[in-house]
Design a protein around this ligand. Structure first.
Ligand SMILES: [Zn+2]
Ligand SMILES: [Zn+2]
Length: 287
């Protein structure tokens, strides 16, 4: 069985490179076809076959493997987003209902006003429905009985999140459910973060070693992730993009660099030592 690439964020550059590659392949095929047609047309001076071109170079980035579908880092990101949905929705409801008293009256009096009295509550109902669909899908895939009644609104959300969290490893390993569920959870989380303005801007922590590809001091680690990337946008321009490596790979390189750095320091120190045979600017006797 071949290893499957992780469907998560870790491979976004790999996917971008593959998309660019298939576009380049299409363009190259179109060029080949146009050339063949021009050559078939024979002596027609209007049809210049153009130069023969090489097919585009193969993609060079190596994708991170899924375990089996999401890598451990991205699966952990889905898990923390799922667990956080409950709290984010609570914040969303608190903020969303700050101006809701008048609408609440409308709702009580049963008036058929257009528009929702509480968009935040609608969001909550939508999220609960969405989570229940996934619970239903996973139960069905396992041949398990239907979900019990989980009540409405906030308690229903808490209980659906708890059930899905308890079965997350199974869902994220299920070939038919894993990708869409994980991406859906991340999208819901991003949506609630945007609505509650609680998005934390990820922080790049600079790392000491120079990039082995562009030799700039631009390697950095995104806080909380075990990945080190080169932040120089022109790094590897003709070689499939900036360097990306796991923290383990980076630390391995730090270990390798230590002896080299020590040698470089020793060499520098040796140069600073006074020359035991100074010639005081005089030329040696020989021509
Ligand atoms: Zn991944
Ligand atoms: Zn670089």
């Amino acid at each position: 069985m071949s290893e499957r690439a992780c469907v998560g964020n870790c491979n976004r550059r790999v996917r971008a490179e593959q998309d660019a590659h298939s576009e380049a392949i299409d363009a190259w095929h179109a060029h080949q076809l146009a050339r063949a047609e021009a050559i078939d047309a024979g002596q027609d001076p209007d049809e210049d076959p153009g130069p023969e071109t090489d097919p585009p170079a193969e993609p060079t980035l190596r994708p991170y493997a899924g375990n089996p579908i999401w890598c451990l880092t991205d699966a952990a990101a889905v898990r923390s987003a799922l667990v956080d949905l409950d709290e984010k929705m609570t914040l969303h409801l608190l903020a969303g209902d700050g101006h809701g008293s008048l609408n609440f009256q409308d709702r009580v009096s049963g008036s058929a006003e257009p528009g929702s009295p509480s968009p935040a509550h609608d969001d909550q109902d939508e999220l609960v429905r969405w989570l229940r669909e996934w619970e239903h899908a996973f139960r069905e895939s396992q041949g398990w009985p239907a979900a019990p009644y989980r009540g409405e609104s906030a308690p229903a959300l808490t209980s659906a999140v708890a059930w899905l969290t308890a079965h997350l490893d199974g869902i994220l390993s299920h070939p038919d459910l894993a990708e869409d569920f994980g991406n859906g959870v991340l999208r819901w989380h991003a949506r609630l973060e945007a609505a509650t303005k609680t998005r934390v801007r990820p922080r790049w922590i600079p790392r000491d070693l120079r990039c082995y590809q562009c030799h700039a001091k631009t390697l950095a680690q995104l806080e909380g992730e075990d990945r080190v990337e080169c932040r120089n946008p022109s790094c590897g321009e003709n070689r499939g993009g900036p360097v990306v490596m796991t923290l383990d790979e980076y630390n391995g390189r730090v270990g390798d660099a230590k002896p080299a750095a020590k040698l470089a320091r020793m060499a520098a120190a040796a140069e600073k030592q006074p020359n035991p045979f100074p010639d005081y600017g005089l030329k040696s006797g020989r021509a």
